[in-house]
Design a protein around this ligand. Structure first.
Ligand SMILES: Nc1nc2c(ncn2[C@@H]2O[C@H](COP(=O)(O)OP(=O)(O)OP(=O)(O)O)[C@@H](O)[C@H]2O)c(=O)[nH]1
Length: 290
């Protein structure tokens, strides 16, 4: 039996979370067309006859001195430490250049771990595959180099098989029916955040987080009180929308998604509030980004 923890790393928007979901055949991690959506270590589990892979989705690696980004980087470091193998996802539609250097230098610090390199988004026209291959063979020395379209599933089965082949011998780490270890509260907060990101633009997706104020199971219903938290009053207006239409949409879209995931009904009281400059508050970031 094979078993491994596999850290999925790469720069923002490379398609890491989309690939994690495709590999696990379940929606484990939220995705968006906005960079830096993933803020935590998200574990997705896949169990096959030959063994089990526990993927750790990580925040996109991006050079920035901001406190918030430093915390995100710490999440990546600790995922790499935890991992037996690394799945490095590169967006094949973007020139590698300095954007990948940050990831490469991080990987070189963990050089003993086997790396499998994936060129993602190969469904798109126009790509930099040969430049990326050149850069990676000299700088990363991957054990294997594969191509995927995480969006339409191309190459995903072959990638899963190759990862199991490369994995060390070991026992199951989670029961075979598990596909994630995330608590319901965390998944609820993430789904609300995903829906809110999909309805907003510019600074707002980065300025919001979701706080679950309380939950209570009543019979077969989970009652949830949650706050979509932003940084200023003007952002509250945008998230609420004209006549409350945007917040209503976010709530209904979230409920629709909960129905697919949970075998109980979720009741959601969703409000918007302000926490000025929360991205600079250590006490908050420490609890939130891990
Ligand atoms: N065309 C195409 N788009 C993709 C593919 N994989 C992901 N995407 C899109 O790329 C965007 C970013 O995808 P994510 O999976 O959220 O990227 P990520 O690397 O997890 O992003 P961060 O959270 O910023 O680290 C989304 O709009 C996805 O739909 C792919 O194979 N082909």
């Amino acid at each position: 039996m094979k078993s491994a923890f596999v850290a999925i790393i790469g720069r923002p928007s490379a398609g890491k979370s989309t690939l994690l979901n495709a590999l696990c055949r379940e929606k484990v991690s939220i995705t968006a067309n906005v960079p830096q959506t993933t803020r935590n270590k998200i574990r997705g589990i896949v169990t096959e006859e030959e063994g089990q892979l526990v993927f750790i989705d990580t925040p996109g690696i991006h050079h920035s001195e901001k406190k918030f980004n430093q915390y995100l980087k710490d999440v990546v470091y600790s995922s790499l430490e935890e991992a037996d193998m690394v799945l490095y996802v590169v967006d094949s539609t973007r020139p590698p250049g300095s954007e990948e250097q940050e990831v490469i230098s991080l990987l070189n610090k963990q050089s003993e771990k086997p790396v499998l390199l994936v060129l993602n988004k190969v469904d798109q026209k126009g790509n930099y595959k040969s430049e990326i291959r050149g850069l990676m063979t000299t700088n990363v020395h991957p054990k294997a180099l594969m191509e995927t379209s995480a969006l339409n599933g191309l190459g995903v089965d072959a990638l899963r098989d190759r990862l199991i082949e490369l994995a060390p011998e070991g026992e199951l780490m989670y029961p075979e029916e598990f596909y994630t270890d995330q608590e319901p509260e965390f998944r609820i907060a993430e789904i609300i955040r995903e829906k809110a990101i999909s309805q907003t633009s510019q600074e707002i997706p980065h300025a919001l987080y979701v706080e679950i104020a309380d939950t209570e199971m009543k019979g077969n219903e989970l009652w949830v009180r949650a706050f979509l938290t932003v940084e200023s009053e003007s952002q509250v207006g945008i998230v609420v929308g004209k006549e409350g239409k945007r917040i209503k949409w976010i709530r209904i879209a979230s409920l629709k998604e909960f129905r697919k995931i949970f075998d109980y009904k979720v009741r959601l009281d969703l409000r918007v509030k302000v926490n000025p400059r929360w991205r600079r508050k250590d006490y908050l970031l420490k609890g939130m980004l891990k």
